[in-house]
Design a protein around this ligand. Structure first.
Ligand SMILES: Cc1ncc(COP(=O)(O)O)c(C=O)c1O
Length: 484
């Protein structure tokens, strides 16, 4: 275990239960839910090991334990869906179709909303891009988006008529810019993130939905980051389409979802041409079906959809006050601690405080989810990430977060660091990060690092993976990193 050298807040003496119980960050003393892998040990470069501090939930969250238990329970009944008369097939079909209703309830969907299972948010947004309305065979309008978006909510729109808006330094002024652009007319869809994957700042989706509708456009919310952190109600907020990924929502089994109004989806280009998506196929022509099946050609990911639905049920049962307090305690502790370390800068997009989430009222920490972005003066982000991993057993993300336009505009063209957390996190994870950074500032790196295939890695790394994992850490990043 690494030694905590971060000067703890006066009311929080690190490492003592009594200290934790009595301070203002007590809500995060323990994880809020059990997740798989919570106690794995990460080998350290200087010898020994530390409990792996997973501060990378924003990339992919660990599975909830209830999700993995559920999968074990239903796995023996896994069989073909939709077309089988057998007992297991019928059970699998019911699990798959029921998952749609569970997910629809989770996001407060309208009864007639389509719930289409996809691979992930990227897939969902690409699917929607193929369903934009046409007039006389041509796109009926343009898609409007901000420059703060993840590539998943930016690149699909570049293939269709579009306009982009550079976000202002305040959220209020950014909304004004969107209003001006909508008022120019011709926008059919406003595509916006629910929460930034770079900084965690939440966008006011209810207000943006009202704005889009005022000018005759629809809205799609990229909820990849929002859904794991906040209650969403698309009916109450009048959101037309919502996309998110199972692997960020504690169900990493390959399913994502697009929920929304059926008319565009039923008329759009089938996302995956193939079995199950048709009413009738002839040798050189086809009549496509409507409903989710239109876009779900081929054998669906039954277990992925079931896992996603089970995760949403568990999250729906959370007490929102407790949920937000847990996350906000870790976030406040981390941000306050980072600001006290010389040479560490915390980054955000907007200068004005983000408003409360539409469905979250004024719960604590409502304006920012469990994502904190920062950089350390004098060090490449990738080097800091390699150091934190090798010397402290901490996993976090470095790079440009698939949001290149935003990082460039924030003056971070080479990238920054992102700590992100969720239901399985505890205050100690943030404490470990602060201790590691403090040590870096005070005594520097404790090991030599080299760039290998575009990534910083410890030199002469002899740590090994579990016997079933193919690579040693020194060769794991052999492919140049292209997913930053
Ligand atoms: C805000 C946001 N949108 C979209 C995506 C893409 O998600 P996926 O890789 O699951 O398609 C991500 C992933 O990081 C994200 O953070």
């Amino acid at each position: 275990m690494t030694t905590a050298v971060f000067p703890a807040a006066p009311e929080f003496r690190s490492g003592t239960d009594a200290g934790r119980a009595n301070h203002r960050f007590a809500a995060a003393a323990r994880p809020l839910a059990a997740v798989t892998g919570a106690e794995i040990q990460a080998p350290l470069i200087q010898g020994g090991s530390a409990r792996y501090a997973n501060l990378d939930y924003g990339a992919s969250a660990p599975a909830l334990s209830v999700v993995s238990a559920y999968l074990n329970e239903i796995l023996p009944y896994y069989a073909s869906v939709h077309r089988g008369a057998g007992y297991a097939s019928q059970i699998s079909t019911s699990v798959y179709e029921n998952a749609r209703d569970i997910v629809r309830d989770f996001v407060g969907g309208r009864p007639d909303d389509s719930v289409i299972f996809t691979r992930n948010t990227t897939d969902s947004l690409n699917l929607l891009a193929g369903c934009l309305p046409l007039r006389d065979g041509r796109p009926a309008g343009e898609v409007l988006y901000l420059d703060i978006e993840h590539h998943a909510n930016l690149l699909p729109w570049q293939n269709v008529p579009h306009r982009s808006v550079v976000a202002a330094t305040t959220l209020a002024a950014t909304v004004d810019r969107l209003r001006d652009e909508l008022a120019r007319g011709g926008i059919s869809l406003l595509a916006v993130t629910g929460a930034s994957n770079v900084t965690g700042e939440i966008l006011p989706i209810r207000a943006l939905a009202a704005l889009a509708h005022e000018y005759g456009a629809r809205i799609v919310v990229d909820a990849a980051q929002l859904a794991p952190h906040r209650r969403i109600n698309i009916d109450a907020d009048d959101v037309d389409y919502l996309a998110f990924s199972g692997h960020k929502l504690y169900a990493p089994f390959g399913a994502g979802v697009l929920v929304g109004r059926p008319d565009w989806l039923d008329a759009g280009t089938p996302h995956l041409a193939g079995g199950g998506a048709v009413k009738d196929a002839r040798l050189d022509s086809v009549s496509w079906t409507t409903g989710p099946a239109r876009h779900e050609g081929g054998s669906p990911n039954v277990l992925g959809a079931a896992a996603l639905a089970r995760a949403t049920q568990m999250i729906a049962d959370l007490d929102t006050g407790q949920w937000y307090a847990h996350e906000d305690a870790i976030r406040s502790f981390l941000v306050e601690g980072l600001r006290r370390i010389n040479g560490v800068t915390v980054h955000q997009i907007f200068d004005d405080p983000a408003p409360a989430p539409s469905a979250g009222g004024d719960e604590p920490g409502a304006g920012t989810i469990g994502v904190v972005n920062f950089s350390v003066e004098g060090y490449d982000a990738g080097l800091v990430a390699a150091y934190l991993s090798a010397e402290h057993g901490i996993g976090l993300r470095d790079g440009r977060f698939c949001a290149h336009p935003l990082l460039k505009r924030l003056g971070l063209p080479a990238g920054s660091l992102r700590a992100s957390f969720g239901l399985g996190s505890r205050l100690e994870d943030a404490e470990r990060l602060l201790a590691g950074l403090q040590q870096l500032r005070q005594t520097g790196l404790g090991w030599d690092y080299v760039v290998d295939a575009g990534r910083w890695v410890p030199a002469n790394d002899t740590r090994s993976y579990p016997h079933w994992a193919p690579n040693t850490p020194g060769t794991a990043g052999a492919a140049p990193c292209t997913v930053d």
